[in-house]
Design a protein around this ligand. Structure first.
Ligand code: HEC
Length: 133
C-alpha cells in the first residue's frame, strides 16, 4: 500500500507539471519564449533592447514609436539619420524582411533579411512586448 501511495504521489506531481503547460496561460509564456528566441537568434548579436546599450547596432529600447535614426549617441549611416519616419509594426516587419527597401543605403550589415513571415511576426511581437519595459 505504501509503495502504491508513493507512486501515486509521483504520478500526480508529474501531472501537476504537465497539465498547466497546456493551459492558455502557459502557452502564452511558451510562445513568448519562442519570440524572444527568434530575436536572440536574428538580432541580438548586434542589438540590445536595454536603454543606452548600443552595440554594433543601436539599442532597440522602445523602438516602436521611436523616430528612426534618432539616438543622439549612436553613429548612424547618413541614410538612417536622415530618414524621416517613426517606427511602427508594419515598418519594422518590412525592414526585417529587407532593410534596403525601407531605408536605402542603411548600414545594417551583414544582415541578410528574414524571409519567413512567421519569424518576422515573432520578432515584431517580441519588440511590442518590450514596449513598456
Ligand atoms: C550584423 C548586425 C545586425 C543585425 C544582425 C541586426 N541589425 Fe539592426 N542594425 C544594425 C546596424 C549597424 C544598424 C544601424 C543602421 C544604420 O545606421 O544605417 C541597425 C539599425 C536597426 C534599426 C534602426 C534603429 C533606429 O534607431 O532607427 C532597427 C529597427 C533594427 N536595426 C532592427 C533589427 C532587428 C529587428 C534585427 C533582427 C531581425 C536586426 N536589426 C538585426 C545591425 C544589425
Amino acid at each position: 500500500m505504501k509503495r502504491i501511495g508513493r507512486l501515486g504521489l509521483v504520478i500526480s506531481s508529474a501531472m501537476l507539471y504537465l497539465i498547466p503547460s497546456s493551459s492558455p496561460l502557459a502557452q502564452d509564456v511558451l510562445s513568448k519564449g519562442a519570440e524572444q528566441q527568434m530575436f536572440n537568434n536574428a538580432c541580438r548579436t548586434c542589438h540590445s533592447i536595454q536603454k543606452d546599450d548600443n552595440r554594433l547596432g543601436p539599442n532597440l529600447h522602445q523602438i516602436i514609436e521611436r523616430k528612426a535614426g534618432s539616438l543622439p549617441e549612436y553613429n548612424y549611416s547618413a541614410a538612417m539619420r536622415n530618414s524621416d519616419f517613426i517606427w511602427d509594426e508594419a515598418k519594422l516587419a518590412r525592414f526585417i524582411a529587407n532593410p534596403d527597401e525601407v531605408v536605402p543605403g542603411n548600414k545594417m550589415v551583414p544582415y541578410g533579411g528574414l524571409s519567413s513571415v512567421e519569424d518576422r511576426k515573432k520578432i515584431v511581437l517580441f519588440l511590442r512586448s518590450m514596449r513598456s519595459q
